[in-house]
Design a protein around this ligand. Structure first.
Ligand code: AMP
Length: 602
């Protein structure tokens, strides 16, 4: 199998040590069987729905047979007739109990032979990982801190090999420009990127004790528990709960709150009522320097370090597009209630790529190398209509417009190759498209590489076309134009809208607010500007809404000149779009462990 063997055993003495440790210690659970065994826990049975329906039918047959027995007894029927009816009732009950066992096995993910279920499998994996020091709960002797983990010797060896394969597969093979930026980031950067205002998760509080929980996790747990443990719910109810699970990331705070109320969900530890969901910012705040006057944050992603360096990187690349920059580094997120071991932590390694491309030419020169790949894809439409992921050829997905553009498709293909070459089981890897609300408003399209583990399908890589949002935002806030140019072979004559605010007149009229009015006038799009021009010519004055002031101001004819002028242009200046694959290294490694784990009982 799999690159992981060579990764783990490659060059480093630590890697070799990892193999010898595995061979020396023989325990009931073979740890990764020197990383060559592969037997995943069986996938959820597909017959779950029909089993629920048959179980409901069996239950109603039992009730009606029970009535028959009672009626026969009440009518003092012959003993033989009553006995026959009772025997039939008992047979039905026996059938029901067999069906319940089958359904329980199906929802637990047990194999038809009753082999290990998901939780037992996970326990075996986690016990081995912790015992062999693949990872260690951080600060353990002080009882640890939720969401913080150390990597022990074999964990470090695996991580270092995964990262070096990542560098090989992406940075070297694609000639990417690697950078390494600080974790401590000044507030201005994260204010511009939107993280200070919007990097939030929805939280609910136990109304009596104040304990915090992630609202969507409580709803998810409720639905999963009902589906897995309550065998009496109808197939329709199970389908409804599964639909809620599929739409979970798409729910607004109000919709989440309404579902929590509808299902009567309470605080898991105390059963106390819960508050309405409200946003909690996930960034760790700090202050830079001793004065306390310079606020900063531990970066929640590495991407912003690349965006703020765009101008220099573009120059370094000979002022040519497309090009990609890459960064590997720590990211920090103050998760509300971290759980699921290595999958949701408060500090983790991210490996991110920002591929800058002309928004008008999103083709990719190496696209044909991945277009024939075929793998599990889960487009938005399939999720909404409660279907499951199916195998689609990447080229077909791009040509049909399911995937927004070639460059995004290229990276989806490259991520697929990276993960499967690393050792991820291709049948337990799918690419899921973001639902409409799940996606940031500026994004053109987003796909997550999700890997199936004992915790379910886990997002391990996010691949997003973020359009020109980030470079625009930093251009606006820093005043430094983060733009690219396309030089024309011959000058082109273009008609340009020119908005020229007359600052003297605006200053006299609006005094201290002059700057905000000027900015708002300059920010008008072509239609708004031409409408204003027409109104000024007919009426001499227009009411104009300035959003930064939150009010209308009266603009007179002498305050702004709006015209269309013909110009010769030698180049086109534009803000590049960015395609961003973002890899959670810890999550990938954990899934790799599960996919490589061999349970001796199997
Ligand atoms: P995001 O920027 O939220 O799309 O995250 C990028 C990647 O980081 C995800 O695909 C995950 O693999 C990983 N990730 C996000 N949050 C966490 C976390 N709390 N713990 C570990 N990995 C994470």
């Amino acid at each position: 199998m799999r690159i992981l063997i060579s990764l783990v055993s490659s060059s480093t003495s630590t890697g070799l040590h990892l193999l010898s440790v595995s061979r020396r210690l023989h325990t009931k659970i073979s740890p990764f069987s020197t990383l060559i065994g592969l037997k995943p826990p069986p996938a959820m049975a597909t017959s779950e729905d029909s089993l629920r329906r048959s179980l409901a039918e069996k239950q109603s047959s039992i009730e009606s047979q029970g009535n028959t027995v009672r009626a026969l007894k009440a009518a003092n029927a012959e003993k033989a007739t009553v006995d026959e009816a009772i025997e039939k009732l008992n047979a039905l009950k026996l059938d029901k109990s067999v069906m319940e066992k089958q359904l329980q096995a199906a929802v637990n993910g047990n194999g038809p032979d009753g082999s290990i279920n998901k939780e037992a499998f996970r326990q075996a994996v986690v016990n081995t990982l912790e015992r062999r020091l693949f990872y260690i709960p951080s600060f353990k002797i002080y009882r640890g801190v939720a969401g913080l983990y150390d990597y022990g010797p074999p964990g470090c060896a695996v991580k270092s090999n995964v990262l070096s394969f990542w560098r090989q597969h992406f940075v070297l093979e694609e000639n990417m420009l690697e950078v390494d930026c600080p974790c401590v980031t000044p507030e201005a950067v994260l204010k511009a990127s939107g993280h200070v205002d919007k990097f939030t998760d929805l939280m609910v509080k136990d109304e009596k004790t104040g304990t915090c929980y992630r609202a969507d996790h409580l709803l998810k747990d409720f639905c999963n528990e009902k589906i897995q443990k309550d065998l009496s719910i109808s197939a329709e109810k199970a389908a409804e709960l599964k639909h809620v699970l599929a739409m979970l990331d798409d729910l607004s705070a109000e919709e989440l709150g309404a579902k929590i109320k509808e299902y009567g969900i309470t605080a898991p530890d105390t059963k106390n009522p819960l508050s309405d969901p409200y946003p909690f910012n996930l960034m760790f705040q700090t202050s830079i320097g001793p004065s306390g006057l310079s606020p900063g944050y531990m970066r929640p992603e590495t991407a912003q370090g690349i965006f703020v360096n765009f101008k220099d990187l573009y120059y370094y690349n000979g002022n040519k597009l497309p090009f990609a920059a890459a960064q590997i580094g720590q990211a920090f997120r103050n998760e509300i209630s971290p759980r699921q071991g290595l999958l949701r932590v408060r500090e983790f390694t991210l490996a991110e790529i920002e591929h800058f491309v002309d928004p008008e030419y999103k083709s990719h020169p190496k696209y044909s190398e991945v277009a024939d790949l075929e793998f599990l894809m889960f487009p938005r439409e399939q999720q909404i209509s409660a279907q499951s992921a199916k195998k689609i050829q990447l080229g077909e997905a791009v040509s049909k417009g399911i995937v927004n553009n070639e460059t995004l498709g290229y990276f989806i293909g490259r991520v697929y190759l990276f993960l499967t070459r690393l050792g991820i089981d291709k049948d337990r890897l799918r690419f899921r498209q973001h639902l409409a609300n799940e996606m940031a408003h500026y994004a053109a399209d987003c796909w997550d590489a999700e890997i199936e583990s004992s915790y379910g399908w886990i997002e391990c890589v996010g691949i997003a076309d973020r359009s020109a949002y980030d470079l625009h935002a930093h251009t606006e806030k820093s005043g430094v134009p983060l733009v690219a140019h396309e030089k024309f072979s011959e000058p082109k004559e273009v008609e340009k809208l020119v908005i020229a605010p007359v600052k003297k007149e605006l200053g006299l009229a609006f005094k201290g607010n002059q700057k905000k009015v000027v900015e708002a006038l300059e920010a008008m799009n072509e239609k708004e500007a031409l409408d204003m021009k027409a109104s000024l010519e007919t009426k001499g004055v227009v009411e104009f809404y300035v959003c930064t002031l939150g009010e209308n101001v009266s603009i007179k004819k002498n305050m702004v000149s709006i015209s269309k002028e013909k110009k010769k242009e030698h180049q086109r200046t534009f803000t590049p779009s960015v395609i961003e694959p973002s890899f959670g290294i810890g999550r990938i490694i954990y899934c790799l462990y599960e996919h490589s784990f061999l349970h001796e009982a199997q």
